[in-house]
Design a protein around this ligand. Structure first.
Ligand code: SF4
Length: 364
């Protein structure tokens, strides 16, 4: 495979052709993705610790276990002190980024989160990633002033009709505007999608990959759709249930199309391939690991999908396990915050370039 693709045309047709490869060629696709990852991102795997600080959400995304309409969820919100305590415990040298994640709700005041970001930046050496959904441009700007380094906002599907069905009251256009605002403001921006949603077609899957490239993202997170029983999609199946290799093929093609983006081995891969999913993802294009640092007493209340791994493991055990898995693959644990290598969104004083590539002009 590596030798048969001397020059890659980044088109939907190419994505579809690569997604369609079968054994034994698929092994060549994985080797190609791994080689591109190594050439562009190096052998460092950066560890980002997630704190799921609130499971309160005003939205009703059809696939999500903590959707507002799920009355079985015990709702919680960590206090600022609890978040600071958890973040401070993370700053051991292995996890130099904290990812603050919650449901999307206007009840979470901009100033409250802004104050938490300021405190983390003042009291710890951590880079701060935030993932709390669609917000006004001015809010993103304010949080950047507070010290926010990065923002994650997955578009989930590139198909406007499917997006609308899955996210009642919200449009793909609005989501893309948020992503555009984040990039305009100069925040390292991550997005991504689910693989195998009911209603997804091969054409949509290829378009998802292409959209990631067109958005020129700093980070791209993807993972298989896993039906949650307490949601409207609870009785649906992943459309690739009988062809789960597609989850890894998608990851590999994503890396081929996005050589310079950070790509996490998301937890959902371990849920589908217990004990080895994230290792395989790291060998097929991924370069980021994101262990859960949410206080153990709340983990079971943040079930976006069933069989989520690590729910009963203490945070230090999740970290130890992540470090051991990375080293067992012959890779290094990345030092420093592991900012975007694209340059345009990174303050020079804190960036750590790995396999440096030229900065890009993101003006559109
Ligand atoms: S996916 Fe996010 S915005 Fe949608 S219901 Fe779940 S937590 Fe809320």
């Amino acid at each position: 495979m590596e030798k048969t693709i001397p020059h890659i045309e980044y088109t939907k047709k190419t994505a579809q052709q690569l997604l369609a490869v079968e054994e034994p060629e698929v092994q060549g696709l994985y080797r190609l993705a791994d080689r591109i990852r190594r050439d562009h991102m190096g052998d460092d795997v950066y560890i980002r610790g997630i704190i799921e600080f609130s499971n309160i959400c005003a939205n009703n995304c059809l696939y999500c276990g903590i959707r507002a309409g799920n009355g079985k969820v015990a709702r919680y919100t960590l206090s600022a002190d609890e978040i600071l305590e958890t973040a401070s415990a993370m700053a051991t040298g292995h996890q130099m980024t904290v990812v603050l994640q919650s449901g999307e709700t206007p009840a979470l005041g901009d100033e409250v989160l802004g104050g938490i970001i300021r405190r983390i930046k003042k009291e710890t050496p951590l880079a701060v990633t935030v993932s709390v959904g669609n917000r006004p441009r001015e809010t993103y700007r304010y949080w950047k002033e507070c010290g926010m380094d990065r923002y994650l906002l997955r578009f989930e599907t590139s198909d406007p009709g499917l997006f609308l069905r899955l996210h009642p009251g919200s449009t793909l256009e609005e989501r893309l505007k948020c992503l555009n605002d984040l990039q305009d403001i100069g925040i390292q921006t991550g997005s991504g999608f689910m693989i195998g949603l009911p209603g997804e077609t091969p054409d949509i899957l290829a378009q998802n990959i292409l959209l990631c490239r067109e958005l020129d993202l700093d980070m791209i997170g993807i993972g298989p759709f896993i039906p949650h029983p307490d949601t409207p999609l609870g009785k649906e199946r992943n459309i690739y249930d009988d062809n789960r290799e597609m989850f890894f093929k998608t990851l590999a093609v994503l890396r081929v199309f996005n050589p310079d983006a950070h790509i996490p081995a998301t937890t959902a891969y371990d849920a589908v391939f217990p004990g080895e999913g994230r290792d395989l993802a790291l060998r097929r294009g991924a370069n980021i690991f994101m262990p859960n640092n949410t206080p153990a007493c709340h983990r079971k209340d943040y079930f976006l999908y069933p069989d989520k791994p690590g729910v009963d493991d203490p945070a230090d055990q999740c970290l130890e396990s992540a470090v051991a898995r990375i080293r067992a693959l012959g890779r290094n644990v990345g030092e420093g915050p592991g900012h975007s290598i694209k340059g345009a969104h990174v303050a020079p004083s804190t960036s750590k370039a790995v396999g440096a590539s030229p900065s890009r002009d993101r003006s559109r």
